[in-house]
Design a protein around this ligand. Structure first.
Ligand code: PMP
Length: 433
């Protein structure tokens, strides 16, 4: 790594804990120095010495149209000219709300927030207020942002710090969070049998993207829907990562499940700070000012984020957008798989729409991971070697074996072929050792 980057990191650590404003950026799992970026365009991000990297992180999902998309940038510039924030309702919020309700039929009403964390935290409070119950159910390895009740056995950066539950979460909060294994229908049945009439809600990533990418079985979703309905619990899909990413209708369209509430984030502001939660009118009507569940935000529905989102939705809803996007993912992931097979590397993959996962399993008979325990069994050393090998070759993957990969519509066949060639070289070197 260049001296300049090392200096930037040293400088950052002086006044910013760990030199980063969000832990997964710190390369804690993979080792080494995080690379400081200063600009991005299309499929690429550029470090402070202007070296290009083909980017498969895409700001952790939102850059589905590629970085600095002219239409989005233009919308933001125009919005900025009109003022940054009014603290009043704007017509742009209504346009985005209408668009999401049109695309995602389970969402009858929606409220904007400024982050995914706020969306999930607020959805949980709403579910508790609506049901008048306290307990919530979540799944091992799922991450739903950093609010207290949800940092119990969570995924993402929590997995790098080696704490099952974040320090600072009072035991009195954590005791209301029940955590069960992902993708296990029997665990859901057992949980409802034990606590059925005390459970306010079940929250999950309907396709997990914070323990790498795990696509659960249809039976898991069918069981969840049935048990929540039978027991009067609110089913919350956290589609902060999967919404408008695995397909236009998100994971709920893929599985044909109607959740009671859905959380969105990241993507709907095309890269500006935003989140949202929405769902059944009957439940959403419990929020202030209509009802007694309080939820608010000075910058919620910020005009820059809304106008960026409106511009982005135009492209997402265009004919063939997701077909093109998933063809790119197929090209990349199938290429990685073929290269791994050629060199005898035990790679397993998952993919859907514009999202993919890669697991280096320990032997040739091991199947694609189906839950958090399977994911932790993967060979982290092999992942780290792969990650750094790719980085050295100008390809930027998420700096953790617990994160998913993201494709943008701007990734070209050349970008993808270059990525596959780099992987082939790394696998060949691994095979020699
Ligand atoms: N839910 C999921 C599924 C996420 O992936 C994330 C962020 N990675 C969040 C919630 C929290 O979103 P934010 O970081 O915007 O607070």
């Amino acid at each position: 790594m260049s001296t300049k980057n090392e200096q930037l990191f040293a400088q950052a650590r002086k006044h910013i804990p760990g030199g980063v404003n969000s832990p997964v950026r710190a390369f804690a799992g993979v080792g080494g120095t995080p690379i400081f970026m200063h600009r991005a365009n299309g499929s690429k991000i550029y470090d402070t010495e202007d070296n290009a990297y083909i980017d498969y992180v895409g700001s952790w999902g939102p850059m589905i149209l590629g970085h600095a998309h002219p239409k989005v940038i233009d919308a933001v510039k125009k919005a900025a000219d009109d003022g940054l924030s009014f603290g009043t309702p704007t017509p742009f919020e209504t346009t985005v709300a209408d668009k999401i309700c049109e695309i995602v039929p389970s969402v009858e009403m929606i409220r904007m927030t400024s982050s995914g964390t706020e969306a999930t935290m607020s959805a949980i409070r709403l579910a508790r207020g609506y049901t008048q119950r306290d307990k919530i159910v979540k799944f091992e390895g799922c991450y739903h942002g950093h609010s207290d009740s949800l940092l119990v056995k969570a995924g993402s950066g929590m997995l790098d710090i080696g704490e099952p539950t974040s320090k600072g979460v009072p035991a009195d909060f954590a005791k209301h969070t029940i955590t069960i294994p992902y993708n296990d229908p029997q665990a859901i049945k057992d949980c409802f049998e034990k606590w059925g009439d005390e459970i306010a809600c079940v929250i999950l990533e309907p396709i997990a993207g914070n323990m790498n990418m795990v696509i659960p079985a249809q039976e898991f979703h069918d069981t969840l829907r049935a048990e929540c309905t039978a027991n009067g619990a609110v089913l919350i899909f956290d589609e902060v990562m999967t919404g408008f990413r695995v397909g236009l209708g998100g994971a709920q369209a893929h599985f044909g499940i109607t959740p009671d509430l859905t959380c969105f984030g990241k993507i709907i502001g095309a890269g500006l700070p935003v989140g949202a939660f929405g769902g059944k009118e009957e439940i959403m009507s419990c929020i202030a000012p209509l009802g007694g569940v309080y939820q608010a935000g000075t910058l919620s529905g910020n005009p820059l984020a809304m106008r960026a989102g409106i511009a982005m939705f135009e492209d997402l809803t265009a004919e063939g957008f997701y077909e093109d996007l998933s063809a790119k993912v197929d090209h990349l992931v199938d290429g990685f798989q073929a290269a791994a097979d050629k060199h005898g590397i035990n790679l397993r993959t998952n993919k859907l729409g514009g999202m993919f996962g890669m697991f280096f399993v320990k032997d040739s008979t091991t199947e694609t991971p189906k839950n958090f325990d399977d994911v932790t069994e993967c060979d982290m050393d092999v992942f780290n070697t792969f990650f750094h090998g790719m980085l050295d070759r100008g390809i930027y993957l998420a700096p953790s074996a617990y994160e998913a990969g993201f494709m943008s519509i701007k990734h070209s066949a050349e970008d993808i072929d270059a990525s596959i060639a780099a992987a082939d070289e790394i696998f060949a070197n691994m095979a020699k050792q």
